[in-house]
Design a protein around this ligand. Structure first.
Ligand code: RP5
Length: 167
């Protein structure tokens, strides 16, 4: 069976990136940049599970029909954003627990990772927006050969640069 190629997605926006506060933007920008370096456009928005609950739910409900294929959601403290989004869409959701002032992100990590059975959120390490972008890329690579090629190139380059540095 030949795989159907969709050459539109690498140019179009297929990843939504959300942050619970403007204070999350510097970390989330790293996901935007990582995706862009692999040829994937994204949209970055501030939406909060607590401060803008209606708009957050609307975003999640409309995500698939708007052409989004994956959503990355970063939030800190009582970090419910990724989970609330996951409850409203079957798209894959990647949660980034944000570093927090008092508990250094441990609160965020537990809030994002401890989802109830049936509604998963793929959680990356605290503040690791780059890994969120790379995980999104790996999921998209299953469908888009061009993205797969770029991801494999990135991985090979990464390996080469580590080995070049020597012991
Ligand atoms: C969360 O609370 C946000 O995701 C942010 O990480 C944290 C702190 O938000 P601000 O007080 O900086 O707006 O909702």
């Amino acid at each position: 069976m030949t795989k159907k190629k969709n050459s539109l997605a690498p140019q179009g926006i297929c990843v939504g990136i959300l942050g619970g506060s403007r204070s999350d933007l510097p970390i989330l920008q790293k996901a935007v940049d990582q995706l862009l370096s692999l040829g994937i456009a994204s949209e970055l928005r501030v939406l909060s599970a607590h401060r803008t609950p209606d708009q957050t739910i609307q975003y999640a409900k409309e995500a698939e029909s708007r052409g989004l294929e994956i959503i990355i959601a970063g939030a800190g403290g009582a970090a419910h954003l990724a989970g609330v989004i996951a409850a409203q869409t079957h798209l894959p959701i990647i949660g980034i627990p944000m570093p927090s002032e008092h508990l250094k992100g441990l609160d965020s990590l537990l809030s994002v990772v401890q989802m109830p059975r049936g509604i998963p959120v793929a959680t990356v390490a605290i503040g690791n927006a780059v890994n969120a972008a790379l995980l999104a890329t790996a999921i998209l690579a299953l469908k888009y050969p061009e993205i797969r090629k770029k991801l494999l190139h990135f991985r090979a380059q990464q390996t080469e640069s580590i080995l070049k540095e020597g012991p």
